[in-house]
Design a protein around this ligand. Structure first.
Ligand code: NAP
Length: 473
């Protein structure tokens, strides 16, 4: 009987949790997994939700179980597996049915799939889901791109399962075709920067101030009660509190300093470059993970150079801690300014008309970068368009107060030989952005000297060349 509200393909970590969440919110759901044993086990373990779940052994059975127009969420490995599922669904679905790819797709793949399905009668939604396993089970942040009419068909189910902030669902339609997956990608890029800047501050607390993990946990715990209140600060404090059951030592000290990545950070940087929008803190964060992976080279380089002559931070610990808090806050502002600038650039490029206040709002709960800060950001964007977050009146005030701390920390860390690639990139971005008379007059002169590219003068309009004489182009 076709009485399921929605279907889902892929009962891995994310898919199984999302399916339970959907069922728990009173939506009957049909599920299918490539490996049938997983479908059977999932249904068997669904407890009280069993009756809300229709386990299907074939895609044909899945299609037959859903009320038309049939929405089906694909939650499998991004890439070829998604194309395979779409091809299969094309064979069994009919006009107006809706295919929803909820994996971490590259938005360019989403645009391609959207185009490929045009004229087939089927519609396509690219849906970014953030919040990991816990979010999928109890309320993720959901970023939707596709035809608005298709969103209307699934809005009720998706808003019912999303996280809520002050009662408002953290799920929204953001624009056509790739808009949802693009926003999810930038969410992840910002997440990279947030995580890297926290790690850099941890490094200063550990190596500059000589603090033990549990002491550092207390610092993060305290900051989590103020303007840095966020999921990532909260879990960092918890991580630093934990002991390794095997050795009894702090868990964090037993973890190899080699970070993994799956690609969304890199995609953010590639797209920022394609759009010509600087995202230096995000770029630095992605590069820092790559450098972290060069463990053997780093060990050899430390032998060759020493570890930078790391000297402890001296002076008032209270003052340093206050500066570190400001540095993290100012760095965060710069990283979010960059992420939102990249989204604004893409919005123009792809005619999405991305609703910035809505994006900030649906990130306030459910997702990995959820924070109190995003509420402030949503308010700033609601106040009318600004060319950059750094120019929103509330942010001008906050940045004025916080950037001196960032400056002192970056300077002291450089002197101490402690790496702060994301924080210093954030500072460099801020300092370049707020400098009315920069230094690219010299670059223009150089370009004109060797390539006769011409330059603009400050006093007369038009293209000009310099008096470079012999040796110039
Ligand atoms: P997972 O636990 O590894 O599960 C993968 C699922 O994909 C399984 O159901 C698997 O089926 C299925 N699958 C793989 N290749 C397939 C193919 N060729 N044809 C059909 N089915 C195939 O993965 P996951 O963590 O749930 O991630 C799923 C998607 O969500 C990914 O795009 C991921 O990037 C995204 N995502 C993950 C997170 C997270 O925190 N984990 C957060 C947001 C988004 P079998 O059982 O048959 O192997």
């Amino acid at each position: 009987m076709a009485d399921a509200e929605i279907g889902l393909i892929g009962l891995g970590v994310m898919g199984s949790n999302l399916a339970l969440n959907i069922a728990e919110k009173g939506n009957r759901i049909a599920v299918f997994n490539r490996t049938t044993a997983r479908t059977v086990a999932f249904h068997k373990d669904a407890g009280a939700l069993k009756d809300m779940i229709v386990p299907c052994e074939t895609i044909e059975a899945l299609a037959a179980a859903i009320r038309p127009p049939r929405p089906v969420i694909i939650m499998v490995q991004a890439g070829a597996a998604v194309d395979e599922q779409i091809a299969h669904l094309r064979g069994v679905f009919s006009a107006n049915d809706i295919i929803i790819d909820a994996g971490n797709a590259n938005f360019r793949d989403t645009m391609r799939r959207f185009k490929e399905l045009e004229g087939s009668g089927l519609t396509f939604i690219g849906m970014g889901v953030s919040g990991g396993e816990e979010g999928a089970r109890h309320g993720p942040s959901i970023m939707v791109g596709g035809a608005e009419a298709s969103w209307k068909r699934v809005e009720k189910v998706l808003t019912s399962i999303s996280a809520k902030f002050d009662g408002e669902p953290c799920a929204a339609w953001l624009g056509t075709d790739g808009a949802g997956h693009f926003v999810k990608t930038i969410h992840n890029g910002i997440e990279y920067a947030d995580m890297q800047m926290i790690a850099e501050i941890y490094g200063i607390l550990r190596d500059g101030l000589g603090m033990a993990p549990k002491e550092i946990a207390q610092v993060f715990g305290k900051w989590n009660k103020g303007r840095l209140d966020s999921y990532l600060i909260e879990i960092t404090a918890k991580v630093l509190e934990a002991d390794d059951p095997k050795t009894g030592k702090p868990m964090v000290d037993m973890i190899l300093d080699r970070a993994g990545q799956k690609g969304t950070g890199k995609w953010s940087v590639i797209e920022a470059q394609q759009l010509g929008i600087p995202a230096t803190a995000i770029e630095a964060a992605v590069a820092a993970r790559v450098i972290s992976s060069l463990k053997d080279e780093r060990i050899a380089a430390e032998k060759a150079y020493g570890n930078g002559g790391v000297t402890p931070f001296t002076g008032s610990r209270q003052e340093v801690l206050a500066d570190l808090e400001s540095a993290l806050f100012a760095g965060k502002i710069a990283a979010y300014a960059q992420g939102f600038a990249v989204m604004a650039g893409a919005s123009k490029e792809f005619n999405w008309n991305l609703p910035m206040p809505t994006i900030a709002k649906i990130w306030r709960a459910g997702c990995i970068i959820r924070s109190q800060f995003l509420g402030t950001l949503a308010k700033a964007f609601s106040g009318g368009p600004v060319p950059n977050l750094l120019m929103a009146p509330a942010f001008i005030e906050m940045m004025k107060e916080a950037h001196p701390g960032l400056r002192r920390i970056v300077a002291r860390a450089a002197e101490a030989g402690l790496p702060t690639p994301a924080l210093s990139s954030a500072l460099g971005y801020f300092d370049s952005y707020r400098l009315g008379r920069g230094t690219s007059n010299v670059i223009q002169a150089q370009r004109d000297f060797f390539g006769a590219h011409g330059f603009e003068r400050i006093d007369v309009s038009g293209a000009h060349h310099g008096p470079w004489g012999s040796g110039a182009a």
